[in-house]
Each structure stands twice: as structure tokens, then as C-alpha cells.
Design a protein around this ligand. Structure first.
Ligand SMILES: NC(=O)C1=CN([C@@H]2O[C@H](COP(=O)(O)OP(=O)(O)OC[C@H]3O[C@@H](n4cnc5c(N)ncnc54)[C@H](OP(=O)(O)O)[C@@H]3O)[C@@H](O)[C@H]2O)[C@@H](O)CC1
Ligand SMILES: Nc1ncnc2c1ncn2[C@@H]1O[C@H](COP(=O)(O)OP(=O)(O)O)[C@@H](O)[C@H]1O
Ligand SMILES: [K+]
Length: 512
């Protein structure tokens, strides 16, 4: 799914009206119907609803939603915040369509004084339809006062399309002074870029995209570097195993991981790799790691390094389809030289993580020599070491895009909505995962999954997208069964077979 700017959404809105031969007021009615149904499904009929409406089309949506909810016998009150002189044409039509019962109880806020007098009762559901994508300056005046009232009221808030006050196309890194803090945002058709930045988590803790039937071709025509990964997109990338195949068909992986005290990182990555389709896996590591592996994971082959504490040397790389370098390797100078030699010698698919990235950060000239489409998986601190600090998350995103383009690599910047930055400048935001993954070892698991997929034969972009999605998706499956507090990464690895199975079930090539 694409992420478009406010200007582009306006264009798609107009093209939908033209191509679907629908009037703008009927499109607004469609939007309102879908939102009203969603609100009814979320809350019982006895919860009073207060709809705050602005003067533009977002307000028009709100007025239509209020009418539809009252037709469902919901207790509804409408508050119109007159932040400009006139309604937009469609908002005016919906204002005129308000039934008498709603007109009789309507409150109009025309001044700061009116705004100050507002009282929002406990146990109400506030529908925020004051400003949407049409915001063009920071909010001040009566809107600001109303927003502060809503934010301090003990009620549940659903924002229509956008929390009023939020600019959707970028982020200054700080919360706007006046912005509705929603409990849920019903984002029309597509997510908005601003919802994916951590600083906005207080105003957008959850968003849902509601399909309002915008013209698909018009959506396709709008260019955008930003995408949001959805389940069906990822499921469609999966390829069934061939009946007439053998272990060689699915490639041989080499995992260079582990050092004294961090054998676990190698074990986690190895197990995740073998559960993600690789035909064969060899783990090259220290004796301690190899011993741990032989006990925990008999399916993996092993090679013991000459050095007891860290890895230093690996002989022939030619038989491997993919190499994973980094989990728990440390930063010894011999290990650094090993990475250099892998970069120089290896012609296949490469994923570098953890201390592998820290080594690259200490030897930035090596970045120029990365094999094309090498996958790098930094968390924010590792990325900062590689590319320097960023003032805001928006700046960091632009830096990550530039980095992937400059070094022709795939940069997976790990976060809540992990950014998968492609060499062509595009970015896919991952949509899965939860705070149960905020524990040591989660990144090693991701590396293992992607290594498995690369070895299995997925091209690097597909391996990066699928691996990141399935990593979070599996953690989400675990979170349905157990508390996020208690999830261990080994629980996640154990659920990988179920996660693959669930995703495969929606891919037509797996149905036989
Ligand atoms: N995309 C789609 O396909 C569909 C979109 N739809 C809906 O339309 C919404 C967008 O509607 P929109 O363009 O009318 O803008 P909206 O957000 O209502 O605000 C504009 C008004 O606010 C004013 N204003 C701006 N900033 C301000 C400020 N800081 N402080 C005070 N005032 C400010 C501005 O005044 P102006 O500056 O122009 O004088 C103008 O009056 C979108 O979010 C969705 O809900 C659906 O109905 C149909 C399908
Ligand atoms: N709050 C969260 N929501 C979603 N995913 C998360 C969250 N916290 C961590 N993750 C995921 O967990 C992984 C953590 O990786 P990393 O920090 O490298 O772990 P480690 O180095 O301990 O293995 C990343 O894939 C990240 O996206
Ligand atoms: K809104």
C-alpha cells in the first residue's frame, strides 16, 4: 500500500469523483457510512457520542457521521467549531442535512469564550472531525482551545482521517502545540507518513485504514517513495517448495556469528535461519558456540574457528549461496579482517548485522565495496554509528534512504515501524511486531530469518521485506497467546512454522 501526501490525496479524491462518476457529496456519504459503521462496531449503543466538526470537508465527514449515527438511534451531539467564516460546499450540504433533533441540540463555538465554556462529560466518545488533510498552518485560537479541552477530558477519542492539528507529510520531531490526542485514527484509505514516527505515538497510538473505495488506478498513478507493507503483499511474495527438489535446491547458508559470551546470538540466528527455508546451514564460530549449537540444533553443520574467543578466518566461501555476518561476533581486529575478506571475496548474497555493522562503522571505506544488494540491519544506534546523528526521525529517514542509494544496499532500519530502504530510494514501512520484541536477541532472529530466505532463493529485496514482516507477524501471533512481557525470542522462533503456514494460506500457489 502506498503512502501519499495531502496534495496527492486531493488529486486522487478528484480523479475518483471523475472516473467513478460519483459526486463529491456522495463520496463524502460513502466515507461517513464506513466510518459510522466502524464506530458502531466499536462501541455499545448506550455510549453518548459528541462529534466535533470543523468547516472544511473533514467537518463535512463529521456532520454526515453524526446524522448516520443518530439514524442508528445513537445519542449524538454535534459541536461545530467555526474556525473560518464559511463551510466548504459539501460540509454546508451536510450541515443542512442534519435532522431537526441534532439541530436542536447543536452547539456552535464562535469564540474563545464559547470554547472555554465547553464541558465534555465522562464516558463519552468524541469524534474528532475538525481538521483533516487540509491543515495548512499550526493551529491557534478557538481550535487550539477546543483541542486542549478534548485532550484533558476523560473520554475516548476517534479522529476521522487525521488527528486535528497534525501535519501528515513530515515531522518536526516535536509534538505540535495543539493537536488532538486520539485513541484511534480512522485513516481514510491509506496510512499517513506522520503516523509512523515515534514522536507521534501519543497522538496516534493506533490507526486503522478504512477502505473508502478511492480509484485504484489513480492511486497507482501517484508517484511515492513510501509504502506500507500489508499482509496480502507479503503473502503474495511467498513461493512454495518444489515437489521435485532436494536440499541443494534451497541453498547452503554460512552464518558467521558468536564469540566468547555471545554464543546465544549464533544459536538464535541459526535456528531462525533453518526455520526459514534454507536447505543447509553451516555455522562457523568459536568452540564454545559450536558446542552449544551441536546440543541445541543438530540440523546445523558447524566449523570451529582456530581462535577460542572470537572468529578470525573462514576458508572457502564458494559453496554458499548466502552469508550472514555479525550476531555476537565482537569487534576484535581479526574479526574485522574476516569481514573485510568476506566483502572482498564473496559473490553471493550477504546480510550484515550487529557487530558486523559496528565494524563497518569503524571502517567506512569498506561500505563502497559492499556487494550489490547487501542487506544491512541496523537498529537506530547502529545506524547513527554508520551515518551520523539525525535531528529528527524524518531526517533519519531521509538519511537512511540516501545511505541505501549511495551504497546500493538494502538498509533495514529497525524500529517500531521498521523502514526497509531500497537502493532505488523507495522505503517500505513494516506493519508488524510489538514491544514484546524489545529484548536482546530479537535482531539476531531477524538476521537468521532473512539469511534463511536469501539462501532459499528469494532475491534480496523480497527476502528483506518478507523476513521483516514475518519476524513481527510471528511476534504478534505470540502476543495473542502470551503476554508481551514474557515473550522470549525462542518462543517467536517456535511459532515461525505457524506464521509461515498462516501467510501461505492466503497465497493461491499454496492451495492444492
Ligand atoms: N482524500 C479523500 O479522498 C477524501 C477526503 N475527505 C475528507 O476531506 C478532508 C480534507 O478536507 P479539506 O481539504 O476541506 O480540509 P480540512 O482538513 O477539512 O480543513 C480545511 C479547512 O481548515 C482550514 N484550516 C486549515 N488549517 C487550519 C488551521 N491551522 N487553523 C484553522 N483553520 C485551518 C481551512 O481554511 P483556509 O486556510 O482554507 O481558510 C479550511 O477551511 C480529509 O481529511 C477527509 O476527512 C472525504 O470527505 C472525501 C474523500
Ligand atoms: N516496540 C517494538 N515494536 C515492534 N518491533 C520492535 C519493538 N522493539 C523492538 N522491535 C524489533 O525487534 C528487533 C530488535 O533488534 P535489535 O535491537 O537488533 O535486537 P538485538 O540486538 O538484541 O538482537 C528489531 O527487528 C525491531 O524492529
Ligand atoms: K480530524
Amino acid at each position: 500500500m502506498k503512502i501519499l501526501s495531502a496534495t496527492q490525496l486531493k488529486i486522487v479524491d478528484a480523479l475518483t469523483i471523475e472516473r467513478q462518476h460519483i459526486s463529491s457529496i456522495d463520496l463524502m456519504e460513502r466515507v461517513a457510512k464506513i466510518c459510522a459503521e466502524r464506530i458502531c462496531s466499536q462501541y455499545t449503543a448506550d455510549l453518548p457520542v459528541v462529534v466535533f466538526c470543523g468547516m472544511g470537508n473533514n467537518g463535512g465527514d463529521g456532520l454526515a457521521i453524526a446524522r448516520l449515527l443518530s439514524e442508528q438511534n445513537r445519542m449524538v451531539q454535534v459541536i461545530v467549531v467555526r474556525h473560518t467564516e464559511h463551510f466548504s460546499a459539501d460540509a454546508q450540504v451536510n450541515f443542512d442535512r442534519l435532522p431537526k433533533s441534532l439541530q436542536a441540540t447543536l452547539i456552535t463555538v464562535r469564540s474563545e469564550n464559547d470554547a472555554g465554556q465547553l464541558h465534555i462529560k465522562e464516558n463519552t466518545c468524541v469524534i474528532d472531525a475538525m481538521l483533516g488533510t487540509g491543515i495548512n498552518k499550526p493551529v491557534t485560537g478557538i481550535l487550539e482551545t477546543v483541542i486542549h479541552k478534548i485532550n484533558s477530558a476523560p473520554c475516548t477519542v476517534i479522529s476521522i482521517d487525521v488527528p486535528s492539528g497534525l501535519m501528515i507529510d513530515h515531522s518536526s520531531g516535536e509534538l505540535p502545540d495543539a493537536c488532538v490526542q486520539a485513541d484511534l485514527v480512522l485513516s481514510l484509505q491509506l496510512p499517513k507518513l506522520a503516523y509512523l514516527f515515534p514522536e507521534n505515538k501519543r497522538i496516534v497510538p493506533h490507526f486503522e485504514c478504512v477502505d473508502i473505495g478511492l480509484d485504484q488506478q489513480a492511486l497507482l498513478e501517484q508517484p511515492s517513495p513510501y509504502y506500507f507493507a500489508e499482509r496480502q503483499d507479503i503473502a503474495a511474495l511467498l513461493v512454495p517448495r518444489n515437489k521435485f527438489s532436494h536440499k541443494g535446491t534451497y541453498g547452503h547458508a554460512l552464518l558467521l556469528a558468536g564469540s566468547s559470551g555471545t554464543s546465544g546470538a549464533a544459536v538464535i540466528a541459526a535456528e531462525a535461519c533453518l526455520r526459514s527455508g534454507a536447505g543447509l546451514l553451516t555455522v562457523h564460530s568459536t568452540k564454545q558456540t559450536v558446542d552449544a549449537l551441536s546440543y541445541r540444533l543438530p540440523e546445523a553443520m558447524t566449523q570451529t574457528d582456530e581462535h577460542d574467543s572470537f572468529i578470525t578466518f573462514c576458508d572457502d566461501l564458494s559453496s554458499y549461496r548466502a552469508i550472514g555476518f555479525g550476531p555476537g561476533v565482537g569487534r576484535a581486529s581479526e574479526t574485522q579482517q574476516l569481514l573485510k575478506s568476506v566483502i572482498q571475496r564473496f559473490q553471493g548474497r550477504l546480510i550484515i548485522d550487529a557487530d558486523g555493522l559496528n565494524i563497518l562503522a569503524e571502517n567506512k571505506t569498506w561500505l563502497e565495496f559492499l556487494p550489490k544488494d547487501t542487506i544491512l540491519t541496523p537498529h537506530p544506534k547502529e545506524f547513527e554509528r554508520l551515518a551520523g546523528p539525525s535531528d529528527t526521525h524524518f531526517d533519519r529517514l531521509q538519511k537512511a534512504r540516501a545511505f541505501a542509494t549511495r551504497y546500493a544496499c538494502i538498509l533495514i532500519l529497525k524500529d517500531t515501524y521498521t523502514h526497509i530502504c531500497m537502493p532505488d530510494g523507495s522505503v517500505v514501512f513494516n506493519s508488524t511486531g510489538n514491544a514484546g520484541l524489545a529484548k536482546g536477541g530479537s535482531g539476531d532472529c531477524l538476521t537468521g530469518i532473512i539469511l534463511g530466505l536469501l539462501t532459499r532463493g528469494y532475491p534480496p529485496p523480497q527476502a528483506a521485506l518478507t523476513g521483516t514482516f514475518i519476524h513481527g507477524y510471528t511476534a504478534d501471533l505470540c502476543a495473542e497467546m502470551m503476554s508481551q512481557e514474557s515473550i522470549l525470542i525462542t518462543d517467536v522462533i517456535r511459532q515461525l512454522p505457524c506464521a509461515f503456514k498462516q501467510l501461505e494460506s492466503t497465497n493461491k500457489f499454496f492451495r492444492s
